[in-house]
Design a protein. Structure first.
Length: 252
């Protein structure tokens, strides 16, 4: 129960296969009081059904790219006692911008990927910062090896994840004096909805299983447990870092 009585917000729960849902489950097991968000009404029913499986889990609608919705969410969470943990699990790039050669990515596709996948962490942090201040809070986001290496068919999302990891370092500098830590988890490839649009994804899974030091892929439960550690007071000396949860593949 390393998160007992801590109030946690998890943004980006799309379905039961998402990494955000794995994190939410680990948080609930470790005693956190959870709130998960969904982007729009179309996704609301799924989020509500998932939340019902976790004791006391609440749901709120919030599109992180809409400042007014972030402000509304922050106001509701303040009324409910503030926050100790924020998880940012938001990323998006147009499928066409992943399929073609990287040099052909249009400016619109570049902006979409960078704004949704990287800037949204800045906007979310700004909105929730007052609720975290003075509570030894923790902000977490999710990255991937494509931020540092050229992964086939990852293209503009790799650039977006590189920007996201830079955001982590600069936000850690901002938030540290206020008592809040900012970190990222870079997971190995996992079968999620977003991963399904990456060409040759099965080949990537097979390659990792063959060459990772642990000779296996990871799953959402391992990412969730690592997130629980980083969000807890056990990781109180860690900020501005990217923790790899990838069976060691990143060292090979």
């Amino acid at each position: 129960m390393i998160l007992k009585d801590k109030k946690a917000l998890v943004v980006g729960v799309a379905n039961k296969r998402s990494l955000a849902w794995g994190i939410a489950q680990s948080f609930a097991r470790e005693g956190a009081q959870l709130c998960i968000t969904y982007q729009n009404e179309r996704l609301g029913q799924n989020a509500t059904e998932l939340a019902a499986t976790l004791p006391g889990c609440r749901t709120e609608m919030c599109d992180v790219m809409v400042e007014e919705q972030l402000s509304t969410l922050a106001g509701r969470l303040k009324e409910q006692g503030g926050l100790d943990i924020v998880v940012h699990a938001v990323a998006f790039a147009r499928t066409d911008d992943l399929d073609h050669e990287f040099q052909n990515v249009p400016l619109e596709g570049w902006r979409t990927a960078l704004e949704v996948s990287a800037y949204s962490l800045v906007a979310l942090t700004r909105a929730m910062a007052p609720l975290l201040e003075g509570r030894n809070g923790s902000i977490l986001t999710l990255s991937f090896l494509g931020a540092h290496r050229a992964v086939p068919h990852y293209n503009i999302m790799g650039v977006a994840k590189a920007a996201l990891e830079a955001n982590v370092r600069y936000l850690a500098m901002d938030m540290g004096p206020k008592g809040t830590r900012v970190n990222a988890i870079s997971s190995g490839p996992i079968r999620t909805l977003s991963a399904s649009v990456i060409g040759g994804f099965n080949t990537i899974l097979d390659h990792v299983e063959q060459w990772a030091p642990l000779r296996r892929n990871v799953d959402q439960t391992q990412v969730g447990d690592a997130a629980a550690f980083l969000a807890s007071d056990l990781a109180r000396g860690i900020t501005g870092q990217v923790l790899y949860v990838d069976s060691g593949f990143s060292i090979v």
